[in-house]
Design a binder for this molecule. Sequence first.
Ligand code: AMP
Length: 436
Amino acid sequence: MTINAPEGTKDLLPNEAKFWNRFKQTAFDVFGRYGYVPIETPVMEQTELFVRGIGEATDVVSKEMFTAISGENLKRLLDGGSIKSKSRLSMRPEGTAGVVRAAVQHDLVPQGAAPAKLMYAGQMFRAERPQKGRLRQFNQVGVECLGADAPTIDAEAIIMLMRFYREIGIPEGSMRLLVNSMGCDECRPAYRELVRAYMNEHADELCETCMTRAEINPLRAFDCKNPGCAAVMENAPKITDHLCDSCREHYEAVRALLDGAGVAYNQDPKLVRGLDYYTRTVFEVQVDNGMGSQNAIGGGGRYDKLAEEVGGRPTPGLGFALGFERCALALEAAGVELAPAQQCDLFVACAGADAPEVRNAAFSLVQQCRDAGFSCEMDHQGRSLKSQFKLADKLGAAKVAVLGPDELAQGKATLRDMATHDETLVALADVTAALR
Ligand code: AMP
């Protein structure tokens, strides 16, 4: 019996793995220009962090977390015992809670300091029902800016997110940026009550899940995919009509900065996002082509209360995360080709492959070129010269150096340019110079 990768996980095969590296690098290059520096946090955290940070009633925490349990603790549980809360671990479903935990633990935002701008890339885990663009283990790149509540932070994060998408090659016209404000502790509770009352008035038109949500977190009903619920929620009270003065001013300032930067966006008062920690600005980027219902390629927002939730001092924050796999789908839908996984500057082919002195000279030449910084390959399976050329072609070799007994006797190799088919005889010591 063969064993396949677990449902909802995906192997990144060489060309995808290479693209993931380029993706991360491009993101870090762009975000680095805005002052973001990398951080890496564990893929496991205490479950309590997510419960307190993301919110117990969210789908992510109540249904989608993978628990990590050591063999010892599993045995303890199976024997009817209990485990310490410190030992209750979960695989991270998102990156923000862990980064904020790290910032609090290591005091990365001392009072009066400039904001900490942190970026990360790595795997996230959610036990969702797998479908196209929705995995149980997926890769995200994200940023968190901690210690400033100015609208310039929100605006520059959105601007840099859109810049990244452009740089990675997602066509501008295929993306839609949605923005909203979720208000704050001052204005949101009253608004939440308005939505709850509205939902109760329309109880017979809403699904059961929405009506359960009406009790715990009515705003989640805006995310319901049921067309009947969506039609009802379309006419629900809008948060942007109920913001307090300071939230309204903040939201206006963010929009003015986006307008000034020429960033196109749509205001969407129904955009609430699934996690409890958001306050004020929220945003999401969606694409239309070939993505089905999983069309959000990135999103985030402000979370001014999260640091306190995880035991830190009041520290405003803002962040976003973007999904690698969905961006790859968006690029594929746009017809953008990924670069091949392997690059080959030179293939060294042996004419008379069975002569040990020829193979040894070829082996030395390959090492010499690699040491000089070129990607270089040779045959390791005793192929004929013809099939070595086929292999060189398959590897996309820019040049092939042919080495046979005659060339070797002169201390030279025949260097063939695979594009122009030009051939020159080059001294073995000069091959690296010829490659340059
Ligand atoms: P979220 O934390 O849900 O806002 O996710 C941020 C981004 O991560 C989304 O916009 C997606 O691009 C990506 N993402 C979220 N969940 C999944 C998933 N289950 N599978 C693949 N990508 C995901």
